[in-house]
Design a protein around this ligand. Structure first.
Ligand SMILES: C[S@@+](CC[C@H](N)C(=O)[O-])C[C@H]1O[C@@H](n2cnc3c(N)ncnc32)[C@H](O)[C@@H]1O
Ligand SMILES: O=C(O)C(=O)C[C@]1(C(=O)O)C=C[C@@H](O)C=C1
Length: 236
């Protein structure tokens, strides 16, 4: 279904509710520049580290697109777990996983409340940005603690620039991208307002500092388009 969520005046902050979930795949494809390429790269990098029966979590799995693609592209059998606190998202995720014949365990919970088993890979694309900053640092520490030695954390985030001129230019560039994807200026403005104080982006440097502070030995940007970045972090 085509995303028309912000084609009307907003009455509340952005939420991953039934209305958003019903158009989410289209929303993500048209709102995140190079979403498919970012997903392809995340999966390729991940597969290089994975072995038979490794445990993989996707934090904020939404409709399970990434876990389904991962299972198609990795040659190994994996134990896949998707976590999300939106029931509307997980209902769609479960239907999609069944239709594609992919075995995924879904957990409907807040990411802070889950006790994670030891995992080889934790994925989290465009989800940390929705976690309050103080909680975000705690969650990243929890992610670090849950990974086995040489475990990998791959995550993507909308980012800001610490240079105000470049930051403004990046936002303008991003809104131009949204227009090319068929969003009107009204839709762009409505969504911007709805996301205010809900999506809280860090700079690329702040993201890397948060990762290294949690204990990871290495963090690298593997993909970036203006204000959207994908990182890989390695636990020694
Ligand atoms: C932008 S979407 C993630 C997109 C997805 N990773 C993908 O690439 O298809 C963010 C997701 O995180 C979930 N989420 C946000 N905060 C959460 C929290 N505190 N606990 C669990 N899930 C959360 C939302 O319900 C939403 O499905
Ligand atoms: O920042 C925006 O305007 C966006 O649309 C980005 C973004 C994201 O980065 O997650 C915000 C909410 C939706 O989940 C889809 C895309």
């Amino acid at each position: 279904m085509i995303d028309k969520v912000f084609n009307k005046s907003i009455t509340k902050q952005f939420e991953f509710d039934e209305e958003v979930a019903s158009v989410f795949d289209d929303m993500l494809n048209r709102s995140v520049p190079f979403y498919k390429e970012m997903q392809r790269l995340s999966i390729n990098f991940a597969c290089n580290f994975l072995n038979e029966n490794d445990k993989v979590y996707d934090l904020g799995c939404s409709t399970a697109s990434t876990l389904i693609e991962l299972s198609h592209h990795c040659k190994n059998n994996l134990k896949l777990i998707g976590i999300d606190n939106s029931v509307a998202m997980l209902n769609r995720a479960a239907k999609k996983a069944k239709a594609f014949g992919v075995d995924i365990e879904f957990i409907n919970a807040d990411l802070h409340d889950v006790s994670y088993d030891e995992a080889k890979l934790i994925l989290s694309n465009y989800t940390l940005q929705f976690i309050r900053p103080l909680q975000r640092e705690k969650l990243v520490k929890k992610i670090y603690d849950s990974l086995q030695d040489k475990g990998i954390f791959i995550f993507s985030e909308k980012v800001i620039s610490s240079n105000s001129t470049l930051n403004k230019q990046s936002i303008d560039e991003y809104y131009e991208f949204k227009k090319t994807q068929g969003y009107s200026e009204f839709e762009i403005a409505q969504k911007r307002e709805a996301l205010e104080n809900v999506l809280i982006p860090y700079t690329e440097e702040e993201n890397k500092k948060m990762i290294l502070d949690a204990g990871f030995s290495h963090c690298e940007t593997i993909f970036k388009w203006v204000n959207f970045a994908t990182f890989i972090a390695i636990k020694k």
